[in-house]
Ligand binder design. Structure first.
Ligand code: PNS
Length: 161
């Protein structure tokens, strides 16, 4: 039984994240998506909101659970009995940071491996940051995330105006 954790900020989740979750759920017996509580990025959504959004969006994938976490990803992996950390790679610009993070995680926990899934081409440009930027100016979000996520994002933007 191989468990993978997929840690991230998910502020909020996009089609890109959901694609990685779906594909990880095929390769691994159990996928625990970890939503980082204390992100240095000052998230738009609270951790509870981000967990809630992902739970709804991933509800049809049976071997996936969504959990909040704080601290190191490797500790989250250990707490969940995971042997693997999954991350998505969109472009070469992601690579340097992701490689450094994977190597750090390997030094911290040599028995946990990082596995990269290359983002599907149709989502290569998608990020939560870009999606929020488009939302801020009322642009079309239909290619970024499913309708239920777009709805909560629009509501949050309106509330913050
Ligand atoms: O979605 P993101 O913001 O790219 O995810 C980054 C994340 C959460 C995977 C990364 O910041 C992380 O693992 N944070 C927890 C702290 C940690 O383990 N740091 C050591 C690795 S450099």
């Amino acid at each position: 039984m191989v468990t993978a954790v997929y840690p991230g900020s998910f502020d909020p989740a996009t089609y890109g994240h959901l694609d990685i979750i779906r594909r990880a759920s095929v390769s691994f017996d159990r996928v625990v998506v970890g939503v980082l509580h204390n992100s240095a990025k000052s998230p738009l959504f609270s951790v509870e909101e981000r967990v809630n959004i992902l739970e709804k969006a991933a509800k049809n994938i049976p071997n996936v659970v969504i959990k909040p976490f704080d601290g190191l990803s490797v500790n989250f992996a250990k707490e969940n009995g995971a042997q693997v950390i999954v991350r998505g790679l969109r472009a070469v610009t992601d690579f340097e940071y992701e490689l450094q993070m994977a190597q750090t995680n390997r030094v911290l926990a040599p028995d946990i491996d990082t596995v990269f899934l290359t983002t599907s081409l149709e989502y290569a440009y998608v990020s939560s940051t870009i999606m929020k930027e488009v939302a801020r100016f009322d642009g079309d979000l239909s290619k970024f995330a499913p309708p239920e996520i777009i709805q909560v994002l629009r509501m949050k933007m309106q509330k913050n105006r």
